[in-house]
Design a protein around this ligand. Structure first.
Ligand SMILES: Nc1ncnc2c1ncn2[C@@H]1O[C@H](COP(=O)(O)OP(=O)(O)O)[C@@H](O)[C@H]1O
Ligand SMILES: [Mg+2]
Length: 394
């Protein structure tokens, strides 16, 4: 057999395998979700709704009994369940009589700038997508207007939100459409509503790789302009519609990540506290700094409101992890978020069914397992919300 023959065979095999896999994934999804069904958000217990709103459950019950605001679904034992939509409507109602403006709708006020948070690290598996998804959902559920962007060609954030990158985006629909050099579309064309009020999504898929290929070409032809501003300029078109943008970055320091970094006002670097991860992070930081120097040399303002490290998949009982955490905290001080994201089977199991922990029912897990994981995620996300509030001067 000649060399060319084997090469052709390899192509054919890979193509065949790709088609087999795509068909399998498709049928798996068909069995999980009927073709036109879309994801929906579960209902929240009155206790959960009260906690999200920051009021007492008894106050919510009184509102219900007085016929004020949305009516919850009442089940046996007089248990009340609220939809995410109900919670949003309650927010609007409560804000009208709030003691301080922003108690229930904590987003931007006049003069506050849009927060753009890039979640990055070039190590795959460092928890970027998990962190980005839970942050975006928690912010939306607590009253911020949020746009989540999947900038990773592997599209895990997209899949997590019920959009199938290999089927639902055959005619484009990723951020690539809005940042490409030829005929970019308005960013509003590619923004999708999700099943969570206040949370919109720009999905991703492999097409995003085109930006990595086209940028060097455009640079060579002198057409790229300030390529690293493509994301920032696209977002400027919808600046007034959101409070926070959360960008899930690809696991490499390419042109997409650089553009996200240039757009970002806040940077979250996820770290899994294990030696190999920390060693690769040192390279990541050096390369990032080098690239930011290059971008700054061309006149861009690379200043950010904040940058934090987030410890992910942390196991408090693991001695080697604890040594690394102590080492990172000593070295980087308050740049490491106080709250770590704990490792939890509740988080990974939810991920297996393409859900976040905020989407699954508490009853799906042992109560302590679920509560511990949710508390850890809430603590992380609420600490980030505080950073956002601080940059708005509150
Ligand atoms: N806190 C956690 N507890 C348990 N599993 C986690 C946790 N965070 C992430 N994972 C799992 O680790 C894997 C990698 O996480 P992911 O967020 O996809 O990383 P990245 O986006 O950096 O590649 C996923 O399978 C995810 O479900
Ligand atoms: Mg990811």
């Amino acid at each position: 057999m000649s060399r060319a023959d084997t090469q052709e065979d390899l192509n054919a095999v890979i193509r065949q395998h790709s088609e087999l896999l795509a068909a399998q994934l498709h049928s798996q999804r068909e069995s999980l979700f009927p073709p036109d069904a879309s994801k929906s958000m579960r209902k929240f217990t009155s206790g959960e709704a009260a906690a999200l709103l920051g009021v007492n459950d008894s106050y919510l019950r009184k509102l219900h009994l007085d016929g004020k605001g949305p009516s919850p679904e009442v089940s046996s034992g007089n248990r009340r369940h609220y939809s995410a939509e109900d919670i949003h409507n309650l927010r609007i109602l409560l804000e009208k009589t709030a003691r301080k403006p922003g108690d229930y709708l904590p987003g931007r006020r006049a003069g506050d700038h849009l927060q753009i948070i890039g979640v990055m690290n070039f190590k795959g598996g460092s928890g970027k997508t998990t962190s980005a998804a839970h942050l975006a959902q928690r912010l939306a559920l607590t009253g911020y207007r949020v746009l989540a962007i999947d900038l990773d060609p592997q599209a895990s954030l997209t899949a997590l939100h019920g959009v199938q990158p290999e089927f639902d985006l055959l005619d484009g629909g990723t951020l690539y459409d809005a940042i490409r050099y030829e005929d970019p579309v308005p960013i509003s064309n590619i923004i999708r509503r999700t099943y969570i009020p206040n949370l919109d999504l720009i999905p991703g898929n492999l097409e995003l790789m085109e930006f990595e290929h086209e940028t060097p070409r455009a640079l060579a032809q002198g057409n790229a302009g300030l390529f690293f501003f493509r994301v920032k300029e696209a977002l400027a078109q919808v600046d007034d519609q959101y409070d926070v943008v959360v960008i899930d970055c690809p696991p490499q320091l390419g042109f997409l990540t650089m553009s996200a970094l240039s757009a970002a006002t806040g940077v979250l670097v996820t770290i899994h506290p294990e030696m190999l991860d920390v060693m690769s992070m040192s390279q990541f930081l050096r390369m990032t700094a080098d690239l930011m120097d290059v971008i700054a040399d061309s006149g861009a303002d690379m200043s950010h409101d904040w940058m934090r490290y987030l410890l992910t998949r942390y196991e408090p009982t693991d001695a080697p992890q604890n040594r690394i955490v102590a080492f990172l905290r000593t070295m980087y001080g308050d740049k490491v978020l106080n709250a770590p994201m704990l490792k939890s089977t509740a988080i990974s199991d939810a991920g297996l069914t393409k859900q976040t922990l905020y989407e699954v029912e508490r009853s799906a897990f042992t109560r302590t397992t679920y509560d511990r994981a949710v508390e850890s995620l809430n603590a992380v996300n609420d600490e980030i919300a505080q950073l956002i509030q601080k940059t708005w001067g509150r």
